[in-house]
Design a protein around this ligand. Structure first.
Ligand SMILES: N[C@@H](CCC(=O)N[C@@H](CS)C(=O)NCC(=O)O)C(=O)O
Length: 235
């Protein structure tokens, strides 16, 4: 059977934007593995029932591999790919695996939030009407305020600038988060930038930010694989 990746999409199904799904797309490409993208919407929880997640909290990405195995949660999927397809290492040894866990925690707890604050209304606008309702209800409940109250581009940018300091320092002396070549650490960080690129025309980085060069390198990987999904302005 073809390998399938269930991915969050906007009103336009080409607009796959979830940062967690992007981690997996990039990892599949890294391993040289083809996949069929299965568009998924926030309102379609029951379509993920087969994955074994508690339905009320079901999320993408979900990978259905060629042997029929089903894996959900981006880090679990990355680990599955590494175990199942050991050629072209993505994570590395046990020490590297433990550090990847830290990178994921840093991205989820520090990097995501300022970007979310900058693009939340762009995400809302990218969704179709039924998903707009599901997104607004769930996010407003979680945030304890309206999406409009939460959106604060200036505050998000200032917070992002601080959060990115260690990454900027690292990329002064290495071309990639994972060293001389990109791997899982890069894909986990890149997911956040891909998320913003696909839904929002707002730049996250100043033109002279040293992170721009890394971002361009990431967008150029595998003959511009990430660029095959158009940027926000193109929908
Ligand atoms: N820990 C999960 C998080 C995945 C996640 O939060 N996915 C979001 C899309 S970006 C989702 O499916 N949300 C469903 C919902 O909010 O209803 C992972 O790493 O895969």
């Amino acid at each position: 059977m073809p390998r399938q990746l269930y991915e969050l999409c906007g009103a336009d199904e080409r607009q796959v934007f979830s940062p967690y799904c992007w981690r997996v797309r990039m990892a599949l490409r890294h391993k040289g593995l083809d996949f069929e993208s299965v568009p998924w919407h926030f309102r379609d929880k029951e379509k993920l029932a087969f994955s074994g997640q508690p339905l009320a909290d079901a999320k993408v990405p979900v990978l259905v591999d060629t042997d029929g195995s089903v894996v959900y949660d981006s880090l679990a999927i990355l680990r599955h790919l590494e175990r199942t397809y050991p050629e072209r290492p993505l994570i590395g040894d046990a020490l590297a695996d433990a550090r990847l866990d830290f990178i994921c925690q840093w991205v989820d707890r520090q990097l995501n939030m300022p970007v979310f604050r900058m693009i939340v209304l762009d995400i809302f606008n990218a969704l179709d009407a039924a998903d707009q309702q599901a997104f607004r209800e769930s996010r407003e409940r979680r945030l304890g305020m309206t999406l409009e109250q939460f959106q604060d581009t200036a505050a998000g940018l200032a917070q992002l600038d601080q959060v990115l300091a260690p990454l900027r320092a690292l990329l002064q002396h290495a071309p990639f988060v994972d060293g001389q070549a990109p791997a899982a650490g890069d894909y986990v960080v890149f997911g956040v930038f891909a998320w913003a690129r696909v839904v929002s025309a707002r730049p996250l980085l100043a033109a002279d930010d040293p992170l721009q060069a890394w971002l361009e390198r990431m967008l150029g990987l595998s003959d511009g694989f990430a660029r095959q999904v158009p940027a926000a302005a193109e929908y």
